[in-house]
Design a protein around this ligand. Structure first.
Ligand SMILES: [Zn+2]
Length: 265
């Protein structure tokens, strides 16, 4: 057996780790880090708590919390970042093969441009992102990307890369319904609802200022003939209550809307 001598210094490049809960032996996420697994685990929990990451894995972390979820090291890599990336890919493939329902959105390894992020780069990018006002997206001339377009070649490359990545069974939420789905019971905050609503109001509405030609009206009318209108309680509520500023105690959508305005689910 080879003995590790004090002089045979082996550089630490990084490690591959996996998350599971104490009450199950199923692994749910595989990741890699150039930091210690403990430090990375702490970082994951911090990110989860911040609520800024909205991936299935972070939803899972939030649901289970520190009391239930933890990371264990799977491999230590000493030979370089390429091998670290390769190791992560192998572990993800192996675990999926063994039936672990990993919540990873990719097959692991390097980022889309073949680059492995170091912790320092992750932190620097995080700091840059934190400098931006949250919930505000710079649009139009205010956007740093205003006037910039990607080449058709680049767009085709990304498109090919993404093709089928999250479709069908490859989607981590495939076949999940009801409580099993990460967005089960999720309700938008009144602020988000207001923002979405504002985005579609008045001249921002795609139909703003448009009128149908008599021919189109006749066509649509013929197509809808015989169908009871409004076609649903929801449509009736929108037409007769929301649009007219009417509140009806007997309408469940009116009650719903009022509760949402108050921020109570
Ligand atoms: Zn109503």
């Amino acid at each position: 057996m080879a003995r590790v001598l004090a002089s045979s210094y082996v550089p630490f490049i990084g490690g591959v780790y996996a998350f599971r809960t104490y009450d199950s032996d199923e692994f749910r996420y595989v990741g890699m880090t150039t930091d210690s697994v403990t430090a990375r685990e702490r970082q994951h929990f911090r990110l989860a708590a911040s609520g800024k990451r909205k991936t299935p894995f972070y939803d899972w972390l939030r649901k289970n919390g520190r009391e239930n979820a933890f990371a264990i090291p799977l491999a230590v890599v000493t030979t370089g970042l390429d091998d670290l990336a390769a190791s992560e890919i192998e572990w993800i493939a192996r675990m999926r093969l063994e039936g672990h329902r990993l919540l990873n959105l990719s097959d692991g390894g390097k980022g889309p441009n073949g680059h492995v992020w170091t912790e320092e780069q992750r932190i620097a990018a995080g700091d840059r992102a934190r400098g931006r006002p949250t919930g505000v997206h710079l649009t139009g001339p205010d956007s740093p990307r205003w006037g910039h377009t990607h080449s058709d070649e680049q767009k085709a490359k990304w498109s090919a890369m993404r093709k089928g990545t999250n479709t069908g069974e490859a989607n981590p939420n495939f076949g999940k319904f009801g409580e099993a789905h990460p967005s089960f019971g999720h309700r938008m905050s009144p602020e988000s609802r207001a923002r979405l609503s504002e985005m579609r109001r008045g001249e921002n509405n795609p139909n703003f200022g448009k009128t149908m030609s008599p021919e189109d009206r006749a066509k649509k009318s013929a197509a809808l003939r015989g169908r009871p209108m409004p076609s649903s309680v929801r449509s009736a509520h929108t037409r007769h209550h929301t649009n007219k500023g009417v509140f009806k105690e007997t309408c469940r959508h009116c009650i719903d809307d009022r509760n949402n305005e108050r921020g109570t689910p």
